[in-house]
Design a protein around this ligand. Structure first.
Ligand SMILES: [Zn+2]
Length: 359
C-alpha cells in the first residue's frame, strides 16, 4: 500500500529517528524554527540526546495543533514516524494554524529503549501536584507479591482488572513499574516550558495529540479521551474525532483509569484545550508486561550496551513497541494521517477555513 520510501520514516533507534525528523524539518517549507532541549545524559553510543520542538505554520495563529512523540521513550519510534511523515507531506498550512511537533519528549527512554525516563519515572504518571499528598495505590504491593511468589507475568496481563490496577500509577517504589516519581520529571519540565511559550490564553482552540504504542489490537490506532465526561473539551473531542473516540471513564477503552497523566496538565489550561492520546496496538498486554518487567529489572543495575543479554532485552522492547513489520507500519501511517487530518479539519472549520492539505 505504501512504498518503502514512505515507510522509511520509521526507526526503532533514537539517532535514526532524530536524523529523519530533523532533516524533514530542515527541508520543510512550513517549519519556522526548531527549539532543541539537550538532555544531561547521553545515549548508548555516546550520542547527544535532545527533545526537539518544531514550530510550523503561523506561530501566532488562533488555532494550534500539538503533536507529541516519545513521552514513553521506546514508544517514540511510532510518533517520530508520524511526525516526519507529516512534515514531508505538508507543504503549506491554512493561514490561521500553528502546528507544534514535540519530538522525543523523553529522549533518554527512546535512546536506551526504556518506557520510563533516566530516573525510572513513568512520565505519563508524573503530572501530579507534588506539593500535595501523593495518590496512593496498591500496585507496588501487588508487584512485590507477584515477584515474591514468582507468579508468571503472562497470567497477570490477561486479567484486565489486575492489569488496570497494576498500571494505574504508583508513587512509592522507584524500582517497580509505573512509578510516577517524587518530583517533576525532565520531560514534564519541557512540556511546562512549551505551554508557557504557547501563550495558551491567547489561542482560540488547541488540540494536543499524544502518540503512544503498546495497548490494543495490532496496528489499530485508538483515540483515547480522559477528559471528564461533563467537560466542554470532551464535546470538542467527540465533534472533531467522532465515534471512534474511547473513554476509560466509561470503560470503552483498552486503557484504564490512571493517575498523573500528561492529559491532566493540558486539561487544566482551559476548556479551549482538548487532549487525546493516539495509542497504537502491537501485541498482547501479557507480552508487554513481560518485556517491561525484564527491562525494569535490568535498569536496576548499571547497564552496558556491549552486553549481549542487555541488547536482547532492549531489542525485545523495540520490537514490542515499534515492530519492524511493514503491515503494522502501514496501519500506523494510515491511521496517523487520518487522525491528524481530522484534527486539522476540526481546527480550521472553526473559522471557516478549508484544510488546504497537500499530499
Ligand atoms: Zn505510552
Amino acid at each position: 500500500m505504501y512504498t518503502d520510501a514512505v515507510l522509511n520514516v520509521f526507526s526503532q533507534r533514537y539517532p535514526d529517528a532524530r536524523e529523519k525528523f530533523m532533516s524533514a524539518a530542515e527541508m520543510s517549507s512550513i517549519v519556522d524554527k526548531v527549539n532543541s532541549h539537550q538532555h544531561t545524559l547521553k545515549g548508548p553510543r555516546g550520542e547527544k540526546l535532545f527533545c526537539d520542538i518544531a514550530w510550523a505554520g503561523n506561530l501566532n495563529a488562533k488555532q494550534v495543533l500539538v503533536l507529541v512523540s516519545g513521552l514513553h521513550g521506546v514508544e517514540g519510534g511510532v510518533g517520530s514516524a508520524i511526525q516526519s511523515d507529516f512534515l514531508t507531506r505538508h507543504r503549506r498550512l491554512p493561514a490561521d494554524l500553528c502546528v507544534v511537533l514535540v519530538h522525543a519528549l523523553n529522549p533518554w527512554g527512546l535512546a536506551w529503549a526504556s518506557r520510563s525516563d533516566h530516573e525510572g519515572i513513568d512520565v505519563n504518571r508524573n503530572f501530579v501536584d507534588f506539593s500535595a499528598p501523593l495518590p496512593t495505590s496498591k500496585s507496588a504491593d501487588i508487584w512485590k507479591t507477584l515477584i515474591d511468589k514468582k507468579v508468571d507475568i503472562n497470567t497477570v496481563g490477561s486479567d484486565r482488572q489486575q492489569f488496570d490496577l497494576l498500571s494505574e500509577g504508583q508513587y512509592d517504589d522507584p524500582t517497580a513499574l509505573y512509578f510516577g516519581g517524587k518530583k517533576a520529571s525532565w520531560s514534564r519540565q519541557c512540556i511546562e516550558q512549551l505551554a508557557g511559550q504557547l501563550h495558551l490564553t491567547e489561542r482560540e482552540q488547541v488540540i494536543v495529540i499524544d502518540l503512544h504504542s503498546g495497548l490494543g489490537p495490532y496496528g489499530y490506532g485508538e483515540i483515547i479521551s480522559d477528559h471528564p465526561v461533563t467537560n466542554p473539551a470532551r464535546n470538542t473531542v467527540l465533534d472533531v474525532f467522532g465515534a471512534s473516540v474511547t473513554e476509560p471513564a466509561l470503560g470503552t477503552s483498552s486503557s484504564g483509569l490512571k493517575q498523573g497523566l500528561h492529559d491532566y496538565f493540558w486539561h487544566a489550561q482551559g476548556d479551549h484545550v482538548s487532549f487525546v492520546t493516539l495509542e497504537f496496538g502491537t501485541f498482547s498486554s501479557s507480552e508487554m508486561l513481560r518485556v517491561l518487567f525484564a527491562d525494569q529489572q535490568l535498569q536496576q543495575h548499571k547497564i552496558s550496551w556491549q552486553d549481549e543479554k542487555t541488547r536482547e532485552i532492549k531489542y525485545a522492547m523495540q520490537d514490542f513497541f515499534c515492530p519492524d513489520e511493514k503491515r503494522w507500519q502501514e496501519l500506523v501511517l494510515f491511521r496517523g494521517r487520518q487522525v491528524i487530518e481530522m484534527a486539522l479539519n476540526g481546527l480550521t472549520s472553526l473559522n471557516g477555513l478549508d484544510g488546504n492539505v497537500n499530499n
